[in-house]
Unconditional design. Sequence first.
Length: 278
Amino acid sequence: MIIDELLACQVITKRQLHSHKGTYGRVLLIGGFYPYGGAIIMSALATVKSGAGLVTVATERDNIAALHSHLPEAMAFDCDDKELFYENLTKADVVLIGPGLGENSKAEAVFQMVLEHISEHQILIIDGSALNLLAKAKPITVKTNHLILTPHQKEWERLSGIAISNQTIENTKAALQEFPEKTVLVAKSHQTKIIQGNQVGELTVGGPYQATGGMGDTLCGMIAGFVAQFKDNLFNSVATATYLHSYIADQLSDQAYVVLPTTISAELPRIMKELSER
């Protein structure tokens, strides 16, 4: 199937009159360890601006002031505070780990804690360096039935064992059988595909103006915001977030040689409003 504006209009619905912050999901974002503090800030911007109800960031203490200077709407705490970490991890509807996490011993310990304490009902999104940590942790055991993976081709090669040249849809489907049954894969490339079981969605939007640092951090933040709010169909919510990420970039590229990730996030509330009223 081609992921398009029609699907986006079906997924992005008007907000209920009688609703509150909790209605739109609690999201915990984990990452932004030195020297990658900006990554989790861009993810958080995308999560908040896509409409998630309550967004909390677990990062390093030195990164919190920078985060709040860009996004006072998000809560934040030092990931070394194990009590706060466990409390927020267990309360979250959606957990995103990976943007700016790194792969040192501290990152490994945090990642293992998430894998150990994530529950069946929570949605877990694994992005960036956390995908490499997952690859190192084989055999893969993840408790949640709602897993989303967002690798680019090299990360998928490490995770699946499939060389980039052999990453066909059929080979990728076969590799996904190693993961929980309902796992959604966002296979990022110049022709990004969303795969869950036998369901495959393809993008026809996007372009080289998106080839800049932070684009993936923004995408996974958008996915977190969408799956927290639009709970009816995980595949459709992931597909719509991925589509909108490139759709907005397409529009911005009319007047920009390179599209910065933060400019995509800035456009989200307006574009989502338009789509919800069609």
